[in-house]
Design a protein around this ligand. Structure first.
Ligand code: ADP
Ligand code: MG
Length: 736
């Protein structure tokens, strides 16, 4: 072997000699091994080795900043580690450069494009995948979607040129279904592993398996806070790289008394900090879009009021949550506004965010953190088969992460809107892994498709409760995805091709039988995007009037469909959407989702058909097809006027947003919402006859617990029996 490296043939001769060769410890194959110094030389060069274009000035200035990040100091150590171990665990403070730099270190080391391979970096959150991919494309001086791209559900922003891909953990898991060895990747970085999302947990188990035969696949597990020992042990005693943070001390303040209303307290605290504390941006943690938008409005209004009375500085309030359009997300990186007049009080930026800002996205310049102590978290109760997002107290580990956001650039302050006693006694140490809090229907279907039959012996880091697994198997069996031996059926095979919950998949697959697959496609898409109806606080009445124009008295799903059809009739016009209180972005994205689902339908030869609109059965057929997927999510109206869910007998109420014109005896619901009350949201009337005919095995009276629903169904069954008897008597009479 000469000193020339065949992988570097594309470089000008002067640069070709970088990189010594060595042999792979597993395969004995000659591989390129770069030193940090060599890689930096490439980065410092005058032209981009990936595009062969000269580097821009912007690149140079970002590069300078990147060199100051803590991970940079450990580039050599990192490279040594990946050269000698298939798995490595990397832990470093938020903001140390893990997500943006480590994948680039690997790119410069592996040059994956020359081998026709890619490097994937997974993120639990869509927002993080999009935002970080944009940043890294800028850092590498390439166009987003070309060499560097991202892939999230229903949005693939990559090209054949892409060699570095940020993606949600769910998308990588999905790819594994069609490419079980993940053969297109030379390295996989599982980021934010401490989040322990359902998909990351499954991926870890899967990667362990895959790596047994794919010795050339490099795996890096990264996290901000991590019980590193647990991860190292899980990955065959993988070595640990600890990136020491450069954080400043953060003073923690507690409230002396519990706060009654954390939202109001958070807003009040922002205003207090703004008028009384020195320069420095504020980060507020809240739980969801609506709450965040409301807080932003109130903060702005109150600070405007203060500006009239005092000489406090101007303020820029920026929301951050997952459904925000990318351009709006980018605003969190804007600078604080300048003083109102030269020499005046400096301005301040206030970011009001969900948990995303806890570790997923690093915002520089934050000095004050306000932590009310809550986050929206998934909870699942297998006994009553209810999964819901619930505003719940965070863990001590989360509270510490949140406080840490204040000490990135200089000493900071964290205001916890709860008492010190509550922190010590009420908060749990770590958030439970999602796998212990989720409905596993989708995951079990995916695992089955991946050929993992023995779920009980799958190498989970934390195995799910047996009852949860049983529930998932039961659901898939009723839906016809698994047979009685737990084997994947052809229907199950087809269902696993759709990136949707099993019920939605089943509804789509059944829809051609009811001659409404075109409409069901639209409904499935509309259920997969953020809410299309807008209801601003200051214009509730007008918004409700606008919605009434689309309302279908038989079901909220049909209302969604009506609005979508009207949107299409009006040529996707954003102004029309605005006038009708419809979210144009959501509708547009529903359109895109629909296109993609349609392609999957076509690839399985599922007919795309409609019942003629004039036909009386138009809406009935749609409701029947929905029943074919959602027959396990039905509530029955008791004589007392209360609804109870089928079989599990949970008392529920129709969500106030429902447009059902009456209280039908049987309603199918899309979602169970747990708040102070149990609500069912997005409801459509169904008929008992359909339930018995469409899902006879689920509605088998033999295994149906006593309830008013059961009595009603039994009555119907005996009426049916009488009719049959009567008919046969009549026909006998006629014959004699
Ligand atoms: P980690 O993953 O260790 O938390 P990151 O790699 O996400 O750290 O961030 C490293 C640095 O890159 C941070 O200081 C952050 O300010 C900067 N950064 C990341 N994304 C952006 C962006 N979109 N705009 C400006 N700076 C960014
Ligand atoms: Mg990160």
């Amino acid at each position: 072997m000469s000193g020339e490296n065949p992988y570097l043939a594309h470089l000008p001769p002067s640069q070709r000699k970088i990189g010594g060769n060595g042999s792979d410890p597993f395969t004995g194959m000659i591989v390129r091994k770069t030193t940090a110094e060599q890689a930096e030389k490439l980065e410092n060069g005058s032209f981009n080795p990936f595009t062969n274009k000269p580097f821009t000035a912007k690149y140079q200035s970002i590069l300078e900043g990147r060199r100051k990040l803590p991970v940079h100091a450990q580039r050599s150590e990192f490279l040594d580690m990946i050269h000698s171990s298939q798995f490595i665990v990397l832990v470093g403070e938020t903001g140390s450069g893990k997500t943006t730099q480590i994948p680039q270190f690997m790119v410069y080391d592996e040059l994956p494009h020359l081998k026709g391979k890619q490097i994937a970096c997974t993120q639990p959150r869509r927002v993080a995948a999009m935002s970080v991919a944009q940043r890294v494309a800028d850092e590498m001086d390439v166009e987003l979607g070309q060499e560097v791209g991202y892939n999230i559900r229903f949005e693939d922003n990559t090209s054949p040129k892409t060699f570095l891909k940020y993606m949600t953990d769910g998308m990588l898991l999905r790819e594994a279904m069609s490419d079980p060895k993940l053969s297109r990747y030379s390295a996989i970085i599982l980021d934010e592993a401490h989040e322990r999302t359902l998909n990351t947990d499954i991926l870890m188990g899967l990667l362990k398996e895959i790596c047994k035969t794919r010795r050339d696949l490099q795996v890096v597990i990264m996290s901000a806070t991590l019980d590193a020992g647990k991860f190292q042990k899980y990955f065959d005693n993988a070595p640990l790289l600890n990136v020491p943070g450069r954080t400043f001390p953060v003073e923690i303040y507690y409230t002396p008394e519990p706060e009654r209303d954390y939202l109001e307290a958070a807003i009040r605290t922002v205003v207090q900090i703004h008028v009384s504390e020195p320069e420095g941006d504020i980060l507020v943690f809240l739980t969801g879009e609506e709450e965040i938008e409301q807080a932003c409005r109130k903060i702005k209004a109150e600070v405007d009021e203060q500006i009239r009375q005092t000489d406090c500085g101007p303020i820029k309030v920026v929301p951050l949550y997952s459904t925000l359009p990318p351009s709006a997300q980018q605003r969190i990186f804007d600078r604080a506004p300048p003083p109102r007049k030269p020499g005046g009080t400096p301005g301040r930026k206030v970011v009001v965010s969900t948990n995303i800002a806890e570790t997923s996205l690093t915002i520089d310049g934050i000095v004050y953190v306000i932590d009310p102590g809550f986050a929206k978290q998934k909870v699942y109760n297998p006994r009553i088969r209810v999964e819901s997002l619930l505003v719940s107290p965070i863990s001590k580990a989360s509270a510490q992460q949140r406080a840490g956001r204040a000490g990135r650039t200089r000493p900071g302050k964290a205001f916890r809107l709860y008492t010190e006693g509550a922190f010590n006694k009420e908060l749990i140490e770590q958030t439970y892994p999602e796998i212990l809090r989720s409905n596993l229907g989708s995951v079990v279907l995916q695992l089955k498709k991946l050929g993992i039959d023995d779920l009980v012996h799958f190498d989970f880091m934390d195995p799910p409760a047996p009852e949860t697994l049983m529930r998932a198997l039961e659901l898939l069996n009723y839906l016809g995805a698994l047979d009685d031996d737990g084997e994947l059926t052809p229907t199950g095979e087809m269902m696993s091709a759709f990136p949707l919950d099993p019920q939605l998949c089943k509804m789509l697959i059944e829809s051609p039988k009811y001659r409404c697959s075109n409409e069901i496609l639209s409904i499935a898409a509309l259920l997969s995007v953020p809410q299309i109806f807008i209801r601003p606080n200051e214009a509730r009445k007008l918004a409700d009037e606008a919605k009434a124009n689309f309302t279908h008295g038989d079901g909220d799903h049909l209302t969604l469909l009506n609005a979508y059809h009207a949107y299409k009739t009006n040529n996707d016009n954003p102004d029309w959407c605005w006038e009708n209180f419809l979210n144009h972005r959501s509708l547009k994205s529903a359109d895109n989702v629909r296109q993609q689902l349609k392609r999957t339908m076509e690839s399985w030869d599922l007919d795309l058909v409609s019942t003629p609109f004039e036909d009386k059965a138009y809406f009935t057929n749609i409701r029947k097809a929905m029943t074919a997927g959602f027959f396990m999510q039905v509530a029955h109206l008791e004589r007392s006027g209360h609804y109870f869910t089928m079989k599990d007998n949970q008392p529920v109420q129709l969500h106030p947003s429902s447009g059902l014109g009456h209280k039908p005896e049987w309603v199918l619901y899309h979602e169970f919402v747990l708040t102070t009350r149990n609500y069912i949201r997005t409801c459509t009337e169904v008929k008992a006859d359909w339930l018995l005919d469409i899902a006879p095995s689920y509605y088998n009276m033999g295994n149906f617990p006593q309830s008013s629903a059961k009595r009603a169904l039994e009555k119907l069954l005996s009426r049916r029996a009488r009719v049959i008897e009567e008919d046969s008597r009549k026909s006998k009479k006629r014959r004699s």
